[in-house]
Every structure is written in structure tokens, then in C-alpha cells.
Design a protein around this ligand. Sequence first.
Ligand SMILES: Nc1ncnc2c1ncn2[C@@H]1O[C@H](COP(=O)(O)OP(=O)(O)O)[C@@H](O)[C@H]1O
Ligand SMILES: N[C@@H](CCC(=O)OP(=O)(O)O)C(=O)O
Length: 366
Amino acid sequence: MSATRRTIASADSIVVKIGSSALTSLVGGLDVGRLDALADAIEARMRAGSDVVVVSSGAVGAGLAPLGLTRRPRDLATKQAAASVGQLALAHAWGTSFARYGRTVGQVLLTADDIARRAQHRNAQRTLDRLRALRAVAIVNENDTVATAELRFGDNDRLAALVAHLVGADALVLLSDVNGLYDGDPRKGNATLIPEVNSPEDLDGVVAGSGGALGTGGMASKLSAARLASDAGVPVLLAAASEASAALQDASVGTAFAARPARLSARKFWVRHAADEQGILHIDEGAVCAVVTKRRSLLPAGITAVSGRFYGGDVVSLLGPGERPVARGVVAYDSTEINDILGKSTTELPPEMQRPVVHADDLVPL
Ligand SMILES: Nc1ncnc2c1ncn2[C@@H]1O[C@H](COP(=O)(O)OP(=O)(O)O)[C@@H](O)[C@H]1O
Ligand SMILES: N[C@@H](CCC(=O)OP(=O)(O)O)C(=O)O
């Protein structure tokens, strides 16, 4: 068994994310039998000594049938209405299912903003920690009814990876309707299962397709969540929900994604993945080479233009020639100040403007 699988099998703290496709169907809505089987596997792992946080999708899927809808809505308002009906049923079903073991559940609904802002971030962290200390299972989902199009996590795979970082989990288990990563969409036939992903090169040639009728992000969102978790030092197991018991007992099924050897610092992780970006610095090829290859600070001379209105301390995106995203970082000046100094060499500037625009310690190449 690989080192990654051993780490996942022995992890003290795990985030388990369950996709809509594993809990709901278009005709039948929420499948309580499947949910019970998942609760059984999670309870067994908790009894073996691990802490588990559950990220459960399925609110929209569970809300369709009660509202007489026969397919996943496209518009935000109907999706939010379905989620408000479905989340109630989903939380109730998890509560009833864990009650069979005398286990209490708590519902935690998060918006992207809660993770992007450090104060809310700490609040969510404290709630999850306290639920864990009280031996209750947190059932996390996106707060769909208030999340606007701009302020969405996008998909629960990403939310689960951010929660894994937030609670300092040792492993992330993504349970879906597919039993792992294939080199192409298995619904199109002739695809081969990839059991281990140890480096980005292992993904060369892999085609990550869209999801099913109820899923949101498909395989692409699972791969980017695995990358995000890897940056946080968290290995990922992608497996079928029908194999939850083996996935949680000894990580012997599915695809295992190794974490990078040195995790990003909490600050760099936040800059790269969690913070909202407030503006853009357009930089020339020389500056791209300085910040990405040589890992130097960004100086005013390499900046060609500024977009957006932001203040010192905000997170901005750095775009190279051709609008190519190359890095994110914490900017040291307000946008108006940068407009006055961009393109100038440091010696042309007054002493108080000679510090870098983004210090190397605050810069994370993408
Ligand atoms: N390369 C691939 N490997 C595995 N599954 C893939 C791949 N490309 C597309 N898929 C599809 O992605 C689906 C899982 O994504 P999704 O429906 O979003 O699941 P969930 O609801 O669990 O988040 C699978 O049903 C599978 O058909
Ligand atoms: N928050 C949404 C789930 C969004 C989502 O990412 O779904 P999925 O791709 O099935 O994990 C819901 O509960 O319906």
C-alpha cells in the first residue's frame, strides 16, 4: 500500500465530502438508504478514533421533488429555493441517521466570504473545533440560499478542501458516483482508472469531464480541489460513495492524491486560494521572470497598468503579458499610489516609496 494511502488510513482528522450524485437522484430525491450507509462508515471511523467533518452536497437535489421540479434548475433563484427546501431535509436526514448511534450533528452553512475574511474564518474554525471537542459531527454545506453568483465557492469539492485546511485535517476523502479518477470520462467508454497521483505529471493527458445531472463541477473541480488540498499538505482520496466503508477503513479503493512535501504557510495558502482578490497588477515579461522564476519582490518598474480600486494590505492578482495569471500577492500600496509610481525605477522614487509593491514573502506564484 502506498504511503499516501497509509497516511489517509491512519489520519486522526478527516474531512469527508459527499457529492449530490451519491445522495440524491432526479426521480427519487434524497436517498436515505444511501445516506444511512455513509453514516455507518463515518461512525465506524469515528469509533476507531478519528475526528470527522462531513461536507454534504445534495441540498438542491433533495429540494427538487418536493417542489415538483424534474431537473436541476439553471437560474440562481430557483436553485436557491430548491436548496432552502432540500437543506432542511438533508440536515434532518443526517441528524436522524447519526441518532441511530446516539451521535449528535450540527449544521454549518458557509459562504465563500466566511473563508475569505480572516475574522469570519476564525469564527468558522472555532465552531468546527468546538463541535469536534463535543464529539458532534459537523455537517457542512455552502449557504446556498444567500450565496450570490459572485460569492460562491463554485462547488463543494473546493469548499471541502478549504474546510480541510481550516480544521487542519490530515486527509480529505471525496465520495462521488465514480470510483476514482480515469484518464478520460468513463461515461464515454474505454477509460483507465488512475490509482495514484503523486505529481502534476501524473495528470498529463487526463481529460477531466463534466459532472452528472445532479453534480456541479465534475472531475475538473475534484482535480482543482485535490491541488488545493495538496498545497495545504492534505492528501486526498477520491472514491465511490458505495465503497465508503473501504475508503474510510483502510483507504484501499479509489484514487489517492499525494500532498506536496512542504505545505504552503497558512498565510501563503490564504493568499493563493482563499482570499478575495481586490484588483489586478499588469506586469511585463521581466517582472514575470523576477517574481515567478527568481522569487523576487515586485518593484514598480515592472508594472505596466493597474485595474480596480484597492488598498495596501489587500490581495491582488498579477497578470503577465497576454492577461496571463502568474501570481497573487498582498500589495503594499493603494491603487492610486501605484498609478503614480508604475514603470519607474526605484532610484527615481522618494525614499518612502522605495519599498516593493508586493514583497517576495507575500507573493505566491500560481
Ligand atoms: N476523467 C474522469 N474520471 C472520472 N470521472 C469523470 C471524469 N471526467 C468526468 N467524470 C464524471 O464526473 C462525475 C463526478 O462529478 P460530479 O457529478 O460533479 O460528482 P459529485 O456530485 O460527486 O460532486 C462522474 O459521474 C464521472 O462520470
Ligand atoms: N451546495 C450544493 C452543492 C453544490 C455541489 O458542489 O454539488 P456536488 O458537485 O454534487 O458536490 C447543494 O447542496 O446542492
